[in-house]
Ligand binder design. Structure first.
Ligand SMILES: [Zn+2]
Length: 270
């Protein structure tokens, strides 16, 4: 006879299910967030408490990775993120498009607000978030930021046609549509709409030829749809931007593989 021992998070509360991108495997899917206490279990009976109460954030259904913070810290995080969103909105009302920053590139307000939404939902702060978004809807000058946050919030409920409409609305309301064009491409990717994702990422990549991110997503999209010639071309674009990447064994191996499948010679390594 053997003893079944393990540990998991018991006594779950404030459980939230949301659709989003995993920080570990980068895949899109349903994620679970909740408060819980880690217990060692014997025959699936929670017997041995292990540490303080935590909040599990964005538990990925495919790779099982998550973020873990102490439960009281998660409350502080939610409050301070809501406050930062409020301040960002105030700056936007004064005509700023970026947040003041002491170091590095200043963060654009649209991307800051967009990325805050997903985490606030995981932190179970939707009750604080919704009134913030509703307030924006009352101010005609904040139309763009309203639609940005609305699209992000809609996306956490799953990839649906009405969410695509929210992204398109945000693009229409934008003075500079670049950011939301990229987010629309990401939306198509998340929804498995491969053809639309390819068209959108090609467009984003043409607008920002120096940015390797959309090119790398295209490498994936072309490889997954067995368009190996185009995948090889995209690898070569990435190598042109970052020649050092050719020395990276893993990247080179992936590139050589698509070249073989496309029936072409890899370009000479520098
Ligand atoms: Zn994952």
């Amino acid at each position: 006879m053997f003893v079944i021992y393990g540990s998991r998070y018991y006594f779950q509360q404030r459980s939230v299910k949301s659709f989003g991108q995993c920080l570990a495997c980068n895949g899109f899917g349903w994620q679970k967030s909740y408060d819980g206490s880690n217990f060692g279990h014997l025959y699936f009976i929670p017997l041995i408490p292990l540490g303080s109460r935590k909040r599990v954030l964005k538990l990925c259904s495919s790779c099982n990775q998550m973020l873990l913070v102490d439960q009281p810290v998660s409350i502080d995080m939610a409050n301070s993120m809501i406050e930062s969103c409020r301040q960002a909105i105030e700056s936007a009302k004064q005509g700023q498009t970026t947040l003041p920053s002491n170091e590095g590139e200043p963060e654009p307000i649209d991307s800051f607000l967009f990325s805050s939404v997903d985490m606030l939902v995981a932190l179970d702060a939707t009750d604080q978030l919704t009134p913030l978004i509703e307030q924006l809807s009352l101010d005609p000058s904040m139309k763009y930021y309203y639609s940005v946050m609305n699209a992000a919030l809609g996306h956490t409920k799953g990839p649906k046609p009405e969410v695509e409409a929210l992204y398109l609305e945000a693009i229409e309301n934008a003075d500079d549509p670049d950011f939301m064009m990229a987010m629309l491409a990401r939306y198509y990717f998340s929804a498995g709409q491969v053809d639309q994702a390819i068209t959108s990422y090609e467009h984003v990549s043409q607008m920002h030829p120096q940015d390797p991110h959309p090119i790398l997503v295209l490498v994936d999209l072309y490889t997954n749809t067995r368009q190996f010639d185009k995948a090889a071309e995209k690898w070569e674009q990435v190598f042109q931007l970052h020649p050092a990447l050719m020395q990276d064994k893993k990247s080179w191996k992936l590139y050589a593989k698509v070249c073989k499948k496309a029936g072409r010679q890899p370009v000479a390594a520098v």
